[in-house]
Ligand binder design. Sequence first.
Ligand code: SF4
Ligand code: SF4
Length: 364
Amino acid sequence: MKRPAAVNFDETPFIVIWETTQACDLACVHCRAKAQPNASPDQLTTAEGFALIDRIAAMGTPILVLSGGDPLSRPDLPELIRHGKARGLRMATIPAATPRLTAEAVHTLKAAGLDQMALSLDASTAEAHDRFRGVPGAFEKTMAAAAWAHKVELPLQINTVMTAQNIDDIDRLVALVGQLGIVFWEVFFLVPVGRGVCVTGLTAQQYEGVFAKLYAAERSVPFIIKVTEGLHYRRFRVQQAMAQHDASKSAEPRWGEHGPGGSIGVAPQTVNAGKGHLFISHTGEVFPSGFLPLSAGTIRETDLARLYRTAPLFRALRNPNALKGRCGRCEFRSLCGGSRSRAYAMAGDYLAEDPCCGYQPVGR
Ligand code: SF4
Ligand code: SF4
């Protein structure tokens, strides 16, 4: 396993997510972007996209994810992937399970140089998944797309959003995901933004229960399990390692820069909103995360690197000593730091404690 050199997150994001469009034909109940069928006339053009990719590469960022909306609704998606590859970026995308997602489309993405394709899967049954995604047939399409990815040897990622709706399905989900031949499972925990304000998230206690399932799965599956917007999974892992008196089972991820099959790996240090992580909206606004709707400015007016490195919002997010409440007193604040997006969504303060972590800092 090749471990990445530490990235200086004050200078360089480890991963950039570009929301290429907000157009999407699905109607997911939790959609952060409140995606709808038509693209905004103000979304970044192909030329602006190329210039953006150049700036991301110049910052030294290794990974660019083309997200949406449905990135497949942009006819220039293969061109954008090719441009990113030519600039040395590792490129990923997450197409929506709509009629645009075909065997031919997957082949085209692979031929353009795509490194990894992610598909969403939120339940172990078609009925429950389609209800979550708002369109019948989404589950079936996802299963077909997984097979098409394998056919062209395109590393496959599954994304799952954990909510109160699917928590009872977690064991079956772990089993199903394990059968899909994936290289990467990204488990998101709901942040109540966009349409997600109408969905019920997990309690702090339920988080610990899901963490335990993921921790157990991580020990045996041949793929990366990455938790997103559940930062306190890092604290959980350390506690488990300490409880088992096994220093080899630390909070450090099992995989490095390259995951199984040469797929996209994980960062060498904690990535959090604005700290190794950057989100660019479909119109070029720069956010610390897609789940934290506070803009530092727009790439149409200010250089991307300048915004990331110097905006007060980003600088505060990279300072663990600026955190408040239990997160501010917590001995895990550098390793974890809590979900800044959830703190903002639920407490109105992006530096407040993560309301979905039940941990009481030791002796403080
Ligand atoms: S597939 Fe993604 S962009 Fe489309 S509605 Fe669902 S969450 Fe939103
Ligand atoms: S209190 Fe905050 S920093 Fe500490 S483990 Fe919980 S979320 Fe992480």
